[in-house]
Write a protein that binds this ligand. Structure first.
Ligand code: ADP
Ligand code: MG
Length: 617
C-alpha cells in the first residue's frame, strides 16, 4: 500500500514521493527508480527513449534540453552545449587538451572554475548541469505522477572533491535533495548485486566505455564497503572515436573530399547508426545524398572490427595499467562489469573477456542503464526502504588536530563509517590566551610533521582567562561525500569559528597507501617520539606554572625556597634540552615533589589545572 502523508498544519494531503537514481552522463543521462511491487529497479522513459542526451540548446527565448537540443548541433553549433560533465568543478588549466573536443565558447577564468559563454551571457557548468537535472526531474515526476526530491547522483570514481561538490550543487540548484553522490562503478556493482549479502570479499573490474570517455575501475568489495583500489582511463576515448574512425574509412573508401560541415555531421551520424546496427547484424548499408549524388555506404562487421581494433587495444592497455596500480594480476579479478553503450559492440566485449579470461563477465543488464539502476538501489537504501542491504563508506585516513608539542590528536579515526560527527574538548596553555590556532591534519602518524596538513584557522576573540580555564569544543563532521566541517567553539563565551575542508582533495590512493604503510613501519619510533613530546610538554607546563607560582605568591616563599625551585627548573630545562625522556621525567618528579606542599597551601586551582589537561598550541 502506498503511504499518504498529510500536512498537519494545512490539512492537505501530500503527493507520494519517489526516490530516484540519476546517471548524469557526459553523453547521455538517465533516471531510475524502484518498482514498489517487484522491488526491482527500472529506468524511466524520457521523451520516449530510455535516456536523454546531456545536451542544451540556447534559443533566443528558451533553453531546450535533450534530443531537441542535440539536433541543433549541426545547424547552430555555437549555441548547442554538450559534454558539460567535462567542465564540472574544473579550471581552464585543468581541462587541457579536452578543450579541443568542445565547439562552444569556454571562458578562461584563470585559476577559477570555467564558465560557458553564449552571446553575452555567462553560465557556470553547475547551472548548465542543473538544467539537465531539472528536465530529468520534470519528466520523472510526470511519468511517476509523484514528487521527486530525494536523489542519488553518480560520478566517475576519479572525480575529485571539487567535481563532486559541483555535481551536488547542480542537484541543489535543480531543487533536488541529493542524498548522496556515489561512484559509477559502485552503482554498477550494486545493480548486479555484487558484494551485497556476502562475507566474501570480491575484487571487481568495471570497464566503462561510453560516448567520449573510457574508465576502468578496480574495486574491492567487502561487507558492504566499496573500496576503490585503482582507477584509470582516457578522457578522449569512446564511442565517438569509433564513429570517427568509421567516417574516416568511408571518406577514403568512397573518395569523399571537402565535405561541408553538415555533410560531415551526416556522415558521422550514419557511422554511429552503422556501428549500432552491427552490434546485432553482420552488415550495414544505407543510401545517402552527398556531393550532388546518391551513394550507398556499406560496412560489414569484420571490416568494422579491423577499423576499431586500435581503439579497443588502447582501452585494454589502460586496463593493464589499472591492474598494476592495484598490484593485481588479471586472474585475481573475479568479476567484470560492462558499462557504457559502447560495450555492446561485440569486439569490445570479446576483448574484455579475453583479457580477464578467468573472471565472470557481467553483461546481462543493459550497459547504458546499469549505473542508473544501481543509483536507484542506493537511493532506496538511503531512503530507508531496504534493510537487507547495508552500504557503507569509510574514511581512509584519520583526521585530527595539532596539539601542543606537535602531536597529532585524532578526532575521527581511520575506517570510521561516514557520515560521522565527533567532538572533543580542549583548553589553552597560556594565561590570557585570546587566539587559538587550529591546524587540521590527516594521517596515521603520531607527530603532525609526518602527516598531511589539510587546513587551518584561528579561533579569535577568546576572552582572556587563565590557562586551562577556557573550554574549547572541537567538532569534526565528515559527511557522506567526504567533506569535512571543522568547528571550534569556546563554550564559556560562545566564540566560534569554522572551516570546510576536503580531506581527499589532491591525494591519490597510492599516497594513502604509502601513508598507511609508513604508520606501521614507524610505529615504534613514532610512539617513542610521541612520549618524548608529551613529556616535554608536561615539563614546560610545570616550569611555566612554577614561575607563575613564584611570581604570584612571594609571601609564601623564603629566599632558600626560591633558590631551590630555580635550581630544579634549570636542571629540568637542561634535561629537556638533552631530550632524554627518563631524565626529564625524574626531574619533573623532583620539581613536583618540592613545589607540591606550597601549591597545596594556596589551593590554587589554576596551577593544578595547568599541570594537567590537554592543551592546544
Ligand atoms: P556516456 O557514459 O558517455 O554518457 P553512454 O554510456 O550513454 O555514454 O554511451 C554512449 C555511446 O554508446 C555512444 O557512442 C553510442 O554510439 C554508443 N552505443 C549505444 N548503443 C550502442 C550499440 N548498440 N552498439 C554500439 N555502440 C552503442
Ligand atoms: Mg556513462
Amino acid at each position: 500500500m502506498a503511504k499518504i502523508s498529510i500536512d498537519i498544519n494545512s490539512g492537505t494531503i501530500q503527493k507520494d514521493n519517489a526516490v530516484i537514481g540519476i546517471d548524469l552522463g557526459t553523453t547521455n543521462s538517465l533516471i531510475a527508480t524502484i518498482n514498489p511491487k517487484t522491488k526491482k529497479p527500472f529506468c524511466l522513459p524520457i521523451h520516449g527513449k530510455n535516456s536523454m542526451p546531456s545536451a542544451l540548446y540556447f534559443d533566443a527565448q528558451k533553453i531546450e534540453v535533450g534530443s531537441m537540443a542535440l539536433e541543433k548541433l549541426v545547424s547552430d553549433p555555437k549555441n548547442t552545449l554538450y559534454s558539460i560533465k567535462r567542465l564540472m568543478g574544473r579550471s581552464f588549466h585543468d581541462l587541457g587538451h579536452e578543450l579541443n573536443k568542445l565547439n562552444y565558447k569556454i571562458v578562461d577564468n584563470h585559476d577559477q572554475l570555467v564558465q560557458v559563454r553564449i552571446d553575452d551571457q555567462f553560465y557556470s557548468p553547475i547551472e548548465l548541469s542543473s538544467y539537465i537535472l531539472k528536465e530529468l526531474k520534470k519528466v520523472g515526476q510526470k511519468e511517476l505522477q509523484k514528487d521527486i526530491q530525494k536523489v542519488v547522483i553518480t560520478v566517475p570514481a576519479y572525480f575529485n572533491d571539487s567535481q563532486r561538490q559541483a555535481t551536488r550543487d547542480a542537484g541543489k540548484l535543480a531543487g533536488l535533495d541529493v542524498l548522496r553522490i556515489i561512484n559509477e562503478p559502485t552503482a554498477a556493482s550494486l545493480a548486479y548485486g555484487i558484494g551485497i549479502n556476502t562475507d566474501q570479499p570480491k575484487t571487481v573490474a568495471i570497464y566503462d566505455l561510453g560516448g567520449g570517455t573510457f574508465d576502468i575501475s578496480i574495486l574491492k568489495i567487502q561487507q558492504g564497503i566499496f573500496e576503490v583500489l585503482s582507477t584509470n582511463g582516457d578522457t578522449a576515448l569512446g564511442g565517438d572515436d569509433i564513429d570517427q574512425a568509421i567516417k574516416n574509412y568511408w571518406i577514403s573508401f568512397y573518395d569523399l573530399k571537402l565535405l561541408s560541415r553538415s555533410k560531415n555531421q551526416l556522415l558521422r551520424l550514419t557511422a554511429e547508426e552503422a556501428k549500432i546496427q552491427l552490434s546485432k547484424d553482420k552488415s550495414f548499408h544505407k543510401k545517402i545524398a552527398i556531393q550532388n549524388q546518391h551513394i550507398t555506404l556499406e560496412l560489414d562487421r569484420d571490416r568494422m572490427n579491423t577499423i576499431l581494433s586500435p581503439i579497443i587495444e588502447k582501452s585494454i592497455a589502460i586496463c593493464k595499467n589499472a591492474l598494476s596500480d592495484a598490484n593485481l594480476s588479471t586472474d585475481e579479478i573475479e568479476e567484470v562489469i560492462l558499462v557504457g553503450g559502447s560495450t555492446r559492440t561485440l569486439a569490445v566485449k570479446q576483448a574484455v573477456q579475453k583479457l580477464f579470461s578467468s573472471a565472470n563477465v557481467n553483461d546481462d543488464i543493459n550497459p547504458d542503464e546499469v549505473v542508473a539502476l544501481g543509483a536507484a538501489i542506493e537511493a532506496d537504501i538511503l531512503a530507508g526502504n531496504r534493510t537487507d542491504m547495508l552500504l557503507l563508506d569509510v574514511t581512509p585516513l584519520s583526521l585530527g588536530i595539532e596539539t601542543i608539542g606537535g602531536l597529532m590528536d585524532v578526532l575521527i579515526p581511520r575506517n570510521s563509517k561516514i557520515p560521522i560527527q565527533l567532538k572533543k574538548e580542549y583548553t589553552t596553555s597560556i594565561d590570557g590566551q585570546v587566539n587559538l590556532a587550529v591546524n587540521v591534519y590527516q594521517g596515521e602518524r603520531e607527530m603532525i610533521k609526518d602527516n598531511r596538513k589539510i587546513g587551518e584557522f584561528i579561533l579569535k576573540g577568546i576572552p582572556a582567562m587563565p590557562a586551562g580555564i577556557p573550554k574549547i569544543e572541537m567538532s569534526f563532521m565528515l559527511n557522506a561525500d567526504g567533506i569535512l566541517q571543522v568547528s571550534a567553539k569556546e563554550l564559556r563565551s560562545g566564540v566560534k569559528q569554522e572551516i570546510t575542508l576536503k580531506p581527499q582533495y589532491g591525494i591519490s590512493d597510492e599516497q594513502i597507501k604509502t601513508m598507511l604503510q609508513d604508520s606501521i613501519k614507524f610505529a615504534q619510533s613514532d610512539m617513542d617520539e610521541r612520549s618524548l613530546a608529551e613529556t616535554i610538554t608536561e615539563a614546560n607546563q610545570l616550569i611555566y606554572a612554577t614561575h607563575k607560582f613564584m611570581r604570584d605568591n612571594p609571601q609564601l616563599l623564603l629566599e632558600k625556597h626560591i633558590q631551590t625551585m630555580s635550581g630544579l627548573i634549570r636542571k629540568l630545562e637542561d634535561s629537556i634540552h638533552k631530550k632524554d625522556r627518563l631524565t626529564i621525567n625524574n626531574r619533573i618528579e623532583e620539581l613536583n615533589e618540592f613545589t607540591k606542599p606550597f601549591a597545596e597551601q594556596v589551593m590554587d586551582h589554576q596551577i593544578s589545572k595547568a599541570l594537567r589537561g590537554k592543551n592546544i598550541t
